[in-house]
Design a protein around this ligand. Structure first.
Ligand code: PBG
Ligand code: ZN
Length: 324
């Protein structure tokens, strides 16, 4: 008790603060998302996400070398195909945009881990994450398509597949299909607790994946639920997930903490597009200090219990951590 106890004693200098710091950021825990479009020579900024670009596969070379050079170990890929249809069939095309991107990245930066997002919404004409039967997203008919998509990513050279569709049973379907085809070593990072969040807004512009009717609330989680997130995660682990994810990150720090306390699996948190764009918009107006706010956010996600942070800030944060 005061005056014996003075918590300010250990806050007096930079060195003292560093000595007692409980959480630290490191580029090695970050994953950088990349948006890939068809075509050649494309590097175009996404208007709702300043500093984030659409790349055609041929333009990825310099970008991935820069990412690897910053000490970031992994990228996660999102594809924007030229043609969409009812079932999203370009998602498992050998010559699809993601399959081309995987091969280009592996050639340019062989040590960089390539994670692929496995979900149909960028590939379906209706923009839903599964196929439609009688106006509803059909869980069981979607499972074999997701499994085909994951296998096609594995065959193209992906290191980790990450299903983000929120269908029940997708991890099991993907695991079985990968194993049957000789990919029993391919890890699955499951978007296990993914919420129906308005924070995905800028992403849907970037990925051209907004649903053309209805919304995603019949498959993504209700933001009001936390206990249910633990059920989702438990189920995915039982089905064979190697790593689990909570998404978005900042509005769900409590869920990250509960997942960390309940499961001994590597835990990722996705600091999503809307979280990124809000920081960029406010800092462009001079309302907040972008760098300090970004580092505070990433530290908070880590402190809540995430081992891995998927973030559009990864490149700038890695550079800042190097004192650049
Ligand atoms: C695809 C997917 C989405 C995101 C990651 N994978 C969008 C969605 O579910 O609508 C969102 C990522 C972000 O907002 O940064 N299902
Ligand atoms: Zn989707």
């Amino acid at each position: 008790m005061f005056p014996q106890l003075r918590l300010r004693r250990l806050r007096r200098t930079d060195a003292l603060r560093a000595l007692v710091r409980e959480t630290s950021l490191d580029a090695v825990d970050m994953v950088y998302p990349l948006f890939v479009v068809e075509g050649r020579g494309v590097k175009q900024e996404i208007s709702a996400m300043p500093g984030i670009y659409h790349f055609s596969p041929d333009r990825l070379k310099d970008e991935v070398k820069e990412i690897a050079g910053l000490g970031i170990p992994a990228v996660i890929l999102f594809g924007i195909p030229d043609s969409k249809d009812e079932t999203g069939s370009s998602a498992w095309d050998r010559q699809g945009v993601i399959q081309k991107a995987i091969r280009a990245i592996k050639k340019a930066a062989p040590g960089l881990l390539v994670i692929t997002d496995v979900c149909l919404c960028e590939y379906t004409s209706h923009g839903h994450c599964g196929v439609i039967t009688d106006g509803c997203v059909d869980n069981d008919r979607t499972l074999p398509l997701l499994a085909k998509m994951a296998l096609s990513h594995a065959e193209a050279g992906a290191d980790i597949v990450a299903p983000s569709d929120m269908m029940d049973g997708r991890v099991k379907a993907i695991r079985q299909h990968l194993d049957k085809n000789g990919f029993e070593q391919m890890p699955i990072l499951s978007y296990a607790a993914k919420y129906a969040s308005a924070f995905f807004g800028p992403f849907r512009e970037a990925a051209q994946s907004a649903p053309q009717f209805g919304d995603r609330r019949s498959y993504q989680m209700d933001p009001a639920n936390a206990r249910q997130a633990l059920l989702e995660i438990e189920e995915d682990i039982k089905e064979g997930a190697d790593m689990i994810m909570v998404k978005p990150a900042l509005p769900y720090l409590d869920v990250i903490r509960r997942a960390r306390d309940a499961f001994n699996y590597p835990l990722a948190a996705y600091n999503v597009s809307g979280e990124y764009s809000m920081v960029k918009a406010a800092s462009q107006r001079g309302w907040i200090d972008g760098k300090t706010v970004t580092m505070e956010i990433l530290t908070a996600i880590k402190r809540a219990g995430a081992d891995i942070i998927i973030t559009y800030h990864a490149k700038e944060a890695a550079a800042w951590l190097q004192g650049k």
